[in-house]
Design a protein around this ligand. Sequence first.
Ligand code: PAJ
Length: 333
Amino acid sequence: MGSNLGDSRRLLRDALDPSERPAYEAMAAAAHRLSRGEGRSGITSHGGGEGRVALIDRVDAFRKELEAVRAAGRTVGFVPTMGYLHEGHASLIRRAAAECDVVAVSVFVNPLQFAPTEDLAAYPRDLERDVALAEASGAHLVLSPSTEEMYPEPMATTVSVATVSEGLEGAQRPTHFAGVATVVAKLLALAGPCRAYFGEKDFQQLAVIRRLVRDLSFPVDVVGCATVREPDGLAMSSRNIYLTGDERVAATVLYRALTDGVRLVEAGERDPAVVRDHMHAVIESEPRAELDYAEVVRAGDLSLPDTLSGELRLLVAARFGRARLIDNRGVTI
Ligand code: PAJ
């Protein structure tokens, strides 16, 4: 078997133009390593079918795998997540699989982006299910490092992105975006040149990451993907698991407020305060909702316009019991 593989690989290689042989060799070696699954340091293979996904818990192994993929002339798509994957994450992985040769997903609940009062310990986790869902959506590698593997010593370096981090979520969660920017910078450094997929669901996060990549010249194309919703409009989120039955019904008020806001703008309203106040009133009409903010900003830099024009984003945040939920919609006039 081994020598057959070797013979056929040699035959194929010899048929190629000499200039193409190194790339072919690197690709064949990477494919062989991926198909072998077990036995590599920090890597195990999962899943029963043809498309076995490699589960990697070591950051060096992850870096090497993706380097081998690129050495073979193949492109990398990367989808960073905190796990407990749902259809929103799956849509990012499917898009990456449609646009890239090899898709890597990271599953890491990043302590740096949680304040001491937030839900780090309670954040839902189910790695086995995540690996199955990632594989079914087209992923080839899942990086799932421990906290010690990601942060072997307390981080002395923090990446913080001014301006776009400051309002909205940044005002409510002052240390959050530095935690996000720091882990994303580290994950992108590990992944190397790639297309990286992020959801518009976390619109401010997407703006922070775009700015980070631009300012620090990461060799990464950031791809923003549309929000996936439940049939009643609620944006999918790992945190929806915290909602009781009544809160789950109440939480649809966020999408209703955004939809009303978009309609107002489309109907000609140009005063941001009117749109904001209307969204406030809609959310406050729901007794189970505790409003954090409702705002209309310029989509590009999240700044507050005096008069509404161009590409705009409406953003809302509210608490429903234990769950703090965010959502947003765009409108262009
Ligand atoms: P997490 O909340 O797991 O989300 C991972 C990615 O999935 C993010 O880019 C997020 O915007 C996207 N996503 C979540 N819900 C979505 C939905 N309903 N539709 C479309 N995309 C959706 O965001 C994070 O993790 C972390 O902050 C991370 C970037 C991984 C850094 O730790």
